[in-house]
Each structure stands twice: as C-alpha cells, then as structure tokens.
Design a protein around this ligand. Structure first.
Ligand code: HSE
Length: 442
C-alpha cells in the first residue's frame, strides 16, 4: 500500500520535503511506501531546485485537495489564505493534513481541528514551530504525562540573529536589520518577525499543547525588538544579562488552581507573551545565538528540558514535515480498517484557556531613565517605586546622554500593574526627561 501525497507548495519547505521523499535510502523503511502523487504550484514554468515528473505538477490546488486518490495533503504554501480554505476543503474530503503553517493554526486552529475531528482525520504541525526541532511531538507524547509549568522559547531566528549581532558588534537595530535583509537573514518585509507576531503564533500553539486548551491569539501579549537599543544591550551586558526575544507561556505558581479547574483547563493565572527580555548570561537560553531556536520546557516531574536546533530552512523544516507524514502513514498502516483516531496524534481540546492580563504578571524589570542631574532625583524615583510596592534590586547612574543623567534600575519581582503605575508617576516628575527603555528580566 502506498500513501499518496498531495504536496501544496514547492518553495523552500516543499523542495526539502520532495528531496527527502525522493531519496528514501538509509532513512526509515516506511518512507518507501510514501509517494509524491501530485504537486500544486503557482507557476509551472518557474525553475525548480528539485526535479519532479511534469505530469505531477498542477496549478489546480483545489483539484489536488479534492482528488479521491490523495491520502495526505501537505500544505507548505504559507500565509493565511488560500492555505486555510484549502486545508478545510481537504479535511472535508477526508484527507489527513500535514502543515508548516503557524499563522493558520494559531488563528484558525479551532475550526481546523473541529473539522478534522468530525472528519476523522489528522492535522499534524511539527514544522509550524521551531523548524526542524522536534517539540510538538514531544509535548504531545513524551512529555504528555507532565504537568507543565512553563515553556520559554527563542522561536524566531530572524530576531535572534539581529539581537546576537547587536550583542557581538555593538550596532544599532536599524543598521543590523538592513544588513540582515541584504544577506537574506531577514525578509524584505520583516514586520511579522521583528514585531513578534511570528513568535506569538508559535507560542500560542505551544501553549495550547502544554496547557491543554485553545488559545485566542489576541490574548497573547506581543512586543517586538524595534525598541531594543545598543545602549540597553551594553547596560544588560554590564549587569550580567543578554537581551533575547522570548516567547513565554507560564502558569504563575502562587495562584494554584483546583482539580476541577485543571480538568477544564481553566488556568486564570496562565500568561502567554512575547517580548524582549534580559536573560541572565548563565541561563541556558542565553547562549542560543544566531538563527538558532530553542525551547525550554519545565514540568513536573521532568524538571527542565531544552530543545535546541535549526528553527527554519529547507532541510530542517522538511525533516519535521516528513516525520509527520511518516507518523500518519505508520498509524494508518497499523490501524487497518479501524477509523478511530490515535489519541496521542489527534487534538483533544474543546475549550479556551483563560489568559491573565499582562498587568497581573509578576516579574523583574529593567528600566532606563534620562533625568536632570539634580540632587535628590534618585530619591524621588525610590519614593515613587516604594509607594507602589516596587522593590529595587539595583540602581546605577554611570553615564550621561545629551547632558542628561542616565539611570538604570533593575527591580525585584513586582506585579507589572504596580510597576507601570510607579512609572506613570515618575514620568510626571519635573526632573525626569524620559524613560527610553522598559524591559522585563527573566
Ligand atoms: N520567520 C521565521 C524566523 C522562520 O525568522 O524564525 C519561519 O518560522
């Protein structure tokens, strides 16, 4: 029995996928039973890096997802539409889906998984987060018996590349972004990466798996790296930190939920957020550099486990895509005529997780102030922080910036709402010119 693949898209990931499927030697023997049956592309004349029989190629993507002979539709065209509509149509026609499309899953996962469950088909998405890094299957299977406390990830290679270069070269964000674009490390329109949206899609998917409930994407607090400056990177370094764009899904431990809430996935204290963060230089995520991704999962009883590797690219992402195809083929082969979906591969969520507003987050902060250099300014800052229950871990005034004193503060753990109130009061002080940077600290 051969499993017939309808491959939608022959770009970077589609090419890598076709390459693995064309060269099954020395890989898992089941790959020999997987056949590229049809390939959907936008242009039949575009030169391709992979040779496929011309009769397999078509621009009729709808024809592929409705073809009765296709068993598994592999969607690697990216973007929200027409990918979403094609996936839904494929599901309605009884096809299993393998996708690398985090944007569709993060926004429309509910309708896609509901439709898949009704149709009795699998939707697999290992390639949607962390490229080649296995993290979806581990969360669903190997770590499935754990109570997850947190997932902290560097899940966007573009921003990690830019921040790493800012760190090592001391350059400013806009210059390094322009250079990264020229070198092909950043897209011509880098918005989704540098404003954190790509990471928000990915952490919404990971949080959904780890905390067993659907996540509404607008509930994910999202800040990108545009405001990170060379000055802050240098201060962070002096204080023993590096700045990383972290995607975090975390349950605040102090608001322990009862068993009934756990069953309903009703975590009032669940935080899902993306923002630049000061990471201690000794933390395992601090040394993840360049385009690499890493995902640190903490749970009970496993403790900490970190997945690290290539977060994008043709080969790595195709490795994840084909592993999903292989999983579906293996399960279909062993299930025979039985129609029951394998519970470790299908989606079991029905409800939405409650996401706590970021004002309830308890974290450390780093803030940089530009002030007049008068006696008593630091005292005023201290008074305002104290009034709002913000305890300071360190306060330094080392430099001047255009005749203004530069004061850098790191707090102990504080409630974000309290910290923001203190900042509002401080920014109204006559001696305070501006607060150019506010960053969270891991
Ligand atoms: N644009 C992503 C990144 C890769 O920069 O990591 C695809 O998810």
């Amino acid at each position: 029995m051969a499993f017939k693949i309808g491959l939608l898209g022959l770009g970077t990931v589609g090419t890598g996928t076709a390459r693995i499927l064309q060269e099954p030697a020395n890989r898992h023997p089941l790959l020999k039973e997987i056949e590229i049956y049809r390939v959907g592309v936008r242009s039949l004349t575009k030169p391709r890096e992979v040779q496929l029989p011309p009769e397999l190629m078509s621009t009729d993507l709808e024809g592929i997802v409705t073809d009765p002979a296709v068993d598994i539709v592999v969607e690697v065209i990216g973007g929200v539409e027409p990918a979403r509509a094609l996936m839904l149509k494929a599901i309605a026609h009884g096809k299993h889906i393998v996708t690398a499309n985090k944007a569709v899953i993060a926004r429309h996962g509910d309708e896609i998984f509901t439709a898949a469950e009704e149709a009795g088909v699998y939707v697999m998405l290992e390639a949607a987060v962390g490229g080649g890094i296995p993290v979806i299957a581990p969360l669903k299977q190997c770590l499935g018996v754990n109570v997850i406390d947190s997932i902290i990830g560097i899940v966007n290679g573009t921003t990690n590349y830019i921040l790493t270069r800012m760190q090592t070269e001391g350059g400013e964000f806009t210059d390094i972004l322009a250079d990264a674009q020229q070198l092909g490390y950043a897209e011509a329109d880098p918005t989704a990466d540098i404003d954190g949206w790509d990471a928000a899609d990915k952490i919404a998917i990971l949080a959904s798996l780890a905390f067993a409930g659907r996540i509404k994407l607008p509930d994910v607090h999202c800040e990108g790296i545009r405001q990170v400056s060379a000055v802050d990177i240098a201060y962070a370094q002096k204080l023993g930190f590096v700045i990383k764009l972290l995607a975090v899904a975390q349950q605040e431990k102090k608001a322990v939920v009862d068993t009934q809430d756990l069953e309903k996935g009703n975590f009032q204290s669940l935080q899902v957020r993306v923002h630049p963060t000061l990471v201690p230089q000794t933390h395992p995520l601090a040394s993840v550099s360049g385009v690499y991704n890493a995902i640190l999962v903490e749970g009970e009883p496993i403790g900490q486990v970190m997945f690290h590797g290539p977060g994008a690219g043709s080969g790595p992402t195709a490795s994840a895509v084909v592993s999903d195809i292989l999983n579906i083929a293996a399960v279909l082969k062993s299930a025979g005529e039985a129609k029951q979906l394998h519970p470790l591969l299908s989606c079991i969520h029905q409800h939405y997780c409650q996401i706590a507003p970021v004002s309830e987050l308890v974290t450390r902060f780093y803030a940089r102030f530009l002030t007049q250099d008068f006696p008593g300014v630091i005292g005023h800052l201290g008074t305002s922080f104290g009034k709002h229950k913000v305890s300071l871990e360190s306060i330094v005034q080392t430099g001047y910036h255009e005749n203004l004193a530069e004061i850098v503060v790191v707090t102990h753990d504080v409630r974000e709402g309290n910290f923001r109130q203190a900042l509002e009061e401080i920014s109204a002080l006559e001696a305070v010119d501006s607060i150019p940077s506010i960053l969270r600290v891991l």
